[in-house]
Design a protein around this ligand. Structure first.
Ligand code: NAD
Length: 491
C-alpha cells in the first residue's frame, strides 16, 4: 500500500502528527492507500509557505507568465488523464468512464483561466471631480483556502485553483479525506509545470483537524468551499469571524420537470442521467422528477423500463453504469432515507434496498430506487440523499410545477423538458436555481457560471464570473491639479 506525503512549499512532507489513515476502495471495501493525517501544525506551515510565495516569487511573475504556467499544467493533466482517472475511480468508486471524462475536460479550466490571467484589467473612471485622475486596479486577495468534497475531487479543485491562480493568489488545498490520493498525485504536476514552491500546497486530513484550522487561519484571505450545506454553514460562520471572503458550493434537491408536450424518450434519458449517473452522488442530482399529470403513468413505465437495465458493478469496467456509494456511512444514510420514505408512505416502484447482485462484490451498492406517490412534505422530497434514489411528484399545471420545484431550501439546478419555447423561457425565468437546463441535464462548462441560489451556495465558479471571486478592487485617486483644496471639507 503506497504511503503518501503532503505537498508543502514544493516539498513532499510527512504530517507533523506522524500519523496516516487508510483510504478505502468503495468497490472492494479494502484499504488501498495511506493518507497523511494533517493537523494545525501542517496548516500553519502550508499557509506560511503560501503567504511567502504570494509576497515573493509568485507576485514577481507577470500575468502572462502565470497564464503560461496554468496552460502548461493543463497539458500535463491531459497527458496524465487516464492514470489520474483510474486513481479517482479506485478512491471514490465513481465510474472510470465518468472520471476519465472529467479528467479529459479539466485541462480546459487551466487553458481558459490561463488565457484570462493577463486580461484582468482595471478601469479609468471619468470622475466627477476636476483635476483628479481616478482608476481601479483588480488585485488578488492573498492566500486562498480551497476545500473540496469527494465526489468529483479534481474537477471541483480545478474550478477553484484555475481562477484563483489566474488572479494571482496562492492556495492551500484540503481535499476530502475520502478522496485525497488523486489530489496528492496531482500535486506532482505543479512542480513539473514550473510553479514556484508554495504557490499550491496540499494538506490532507479530517475536516475538524485540518479544515477548521485552515478556515480560521488569520493569514487566509478567502475560503472557497464545496461540500454539504451543514458543513458550509459552519465554514461560513468560522470565516465570518475573520471577515474572510467566501464562496460556497453546496448541495441541492434539484427538480427535473417533464411537461406533457416533451419528447418523452429524451426526457426519460434526462431523468435517468440526473439521478442514476454517478450513483446520484452529485450536487446537481435531479432527485425530484416532477411529472405533468397527463403523462405521469406512461412516463413512470418508461422510466422503470430504462432504469431496470442499469448495469451495476466494478466502476473500473467501462460497461458499468451504476457504481457503489462512496463511503460506508453514506451507504447507511441512503438506505436509511429509503426506509424513511417507505414509512412515510411513498410507493417504492424500483429497488429500495442494498444491491446484492453478484457483480457488486463486497462493495457498498444500493439498487437504483424509484418512489412514486411522493408528497412534497415528505423528507425524501426535501433532503439531499446523495444516492440513487428518485422521488416522483405529479403536478397539474405550470404554476404548480414552479411552486413545487421552488419549495425547497436549495436552489442549485433544475431541468425542464418541453417542446414549447414559451414554456422553456417562462420556466427558466421562474425557477429559483443557479442553473436551468432545458431538454438536457448535467451539462457544465469552464465557460459558464455555476453556483447556487438559496442554501445551495454563494458565488459562482467557472466562466468570467469566477475570476472576480478571487479579486478585490482598489480605487486609486491622483490629484493632477496641483491645488490642494480646503482640508476641512470632504473633496
Ligand atoms: P462535506 O461537507 O462532508 O465535506 C466537504 C469538505 O469539507 C471535506 O474536505 C471535509 O473534510 C471538509 N470539512 C468537513 N468538516 C469541516 C469543517 N468543520 N471545517 C472545514 N472543513 C470541513 O461534503 P462531502 O460529503 O465530502 O460532499 C458531498 C456534498 O458536497 C454534498 O452535499 C454535495 O451536494 C456537495 N457538493 C456540492 C457541489 C457544488 O458545486 N455545489 C459539488 C459537489 C458536491
Amino acid at each position: 500500500m503506497k504511503k503518501y506525503q503532503m505537498l508543502i512549499n514544493g516539498a513532499r512532507v510527512d504530517p507533523a502528527t506522524g500519523a496516516w489513515f487508510e483510504s478505502v476502495n468503495p468497490f472492494t471495501a479494502q484499504a488501498w492507500a495511506q493518507v497523511p493525517r494533517g493537523s494545525k501544525d501542517d496548516i500553519d506551515r502550508a499557509v506560511s509557505a503560501a503567504k511567502a510565495a504570494f509576497y515573493g516569487d509568485w507576485r514577481n511573475l507577470t500575468a502572462t507568465a502565470r497564464g503560461a504556467l496554468l496552460r502548461r499544467l493543463g497539458d500535463l493533466i491531459a497527458a496524465d488523464a487516464d492514470r489520474l482517472a483510474t486513481i479517482e475511480s479506485t478512491d471514490n468508486g465513481k465510474l472510470f468512464a465518468e472520471m476519465r471524462g472529467q479528467l479529459n475536460y479539466i485541462p480546459q479550466w487551466f487553458y481558459y483561466f490561463g488565457g484570462l490571467a493577463d486580461k484582468i484589467e482595471g478601469r479609468v473612471i471619468p470622475i466627477d471631480k476636476p483635476g483628479v485622475f481616478n482608476f481601479t486596479r483588480e488585485e488578488p486577495l492573498g492566500v486562498i483556502a480551497a476545500i473540496t468534497p469527494w465526489n468529483s475531487p479534481l474537477l471541483l479543485a480545478a474550478w477553484k485553483l484555475a481562477p484563483a491562480l489566474a488572479a494571482g493568489n496562492t492556495v492551500v488545498w484540503k481535499p476530502s479525506e475520502f478522496s485525497s490520493v488523486s489530489a496528492l498525485e496531482f500535486g506532482e504536476l505543479f512542480e513539473k509545470a514550473g510553479f514556484p514552491p508554495g504557490v499550491v500546497n496540499i494538506v490532507t486530513g479530517y475536516g475538524n483537524e485540518v479544515g477548521e484550522p485552515l478556515v480560521t487561519h488569520p493569514d487566509v484571505a478567502k475560503v472557497a468551499f464545496t461540500g454539504g450545506d451543514r458543513t458550509g454553514e459552519q465554514v461560513y460562520q468560522m470565516a465570518a469571524r475573520g471577515i474572510k471572503h467566501v464562496t460556497l458550493e453546496l448541495g441541492g434537491k434539484s427538480a427535473n420537470i417533464v411537461f406533457d408536450d416533451a419528447d418523452l424518450d429524451s426526457a426519460v434519458k434526462g431523468v435517468v442521467s440526473g439521478i442514476f449517473a454517478a450513483t446520484g452522488q452529485t450536487c446537481i442530482a435531479g432527485s425530484r422528477a416532477l411529472l405533468h399529470r397527463p403523462i405521469h403513468d406512461a412516463f413512470v413505465e418508461k422510466l422503470l423500463a430504462l432504469a431496470k437495465t442499469a448495469r451495476m458493478g466494478n466502476p473500473l469496467d467501462l460497461n458499468t453504469q451504476v457504481g457503489p456509494v462512496t463511503t460506508q456511512p453514506q451507504y447507511n444514510k441512503v438506505l436509511d432515507y429509503i426506509r424513511v420514505a417507505k414509512e412515510e408512505g411513498a410507493v417504492c416502484r424500483l429497488g429500495g434496498a442494498a444491491a446484492t447482485r453478484a457483480e457488486c462484490g463486497s462493495g457498498w451498492f444500493v439498487e437504483p430506487t424509484i418512489f412514486t406517490g411522493v408528497n412534497p412534505s415528505m423528507r425524501i422530497a426535501n433532503e439531499e440523499v446523495f444516492g440513487p434514489v428518485l422521488s416522483i411528484i405529479p403536478f397539474d399545471d405550470e404554476d404548480e410545477a414552479v411552486r413545487i420545484a421552488n419549495n425547497t431550501v436549495y436552489g442549485l439546478a433544475a431541468g425542464v423538458w418541453t417542446t414549447s419555447i414559451r414554456r422553456a423561457l417562462m420556466m427558466s425565468e421562474r425557477l429559483e436555481a443557479g442553473t436551468v437546463w432545458v431538454n438536457t441535464y448535467r451539462a457544465v462548462s469552464y465557460m459558464s457560471p455555476f453556483g447556487g441560489y438559496k442554501r445551495s451556495g454563494i458565488g459562482r465558479e467557472s466562466g468570467l464570473d469566477a475570476v472576480r471571486e478571487y479579486l478585490q478592487t482598489k480605487s486609486v485617486w491622483i490629484d493632477i491639479s496641483g491645488n490642494t483644496p480646503n482640508p476641512f471639507v470632504m473633496r
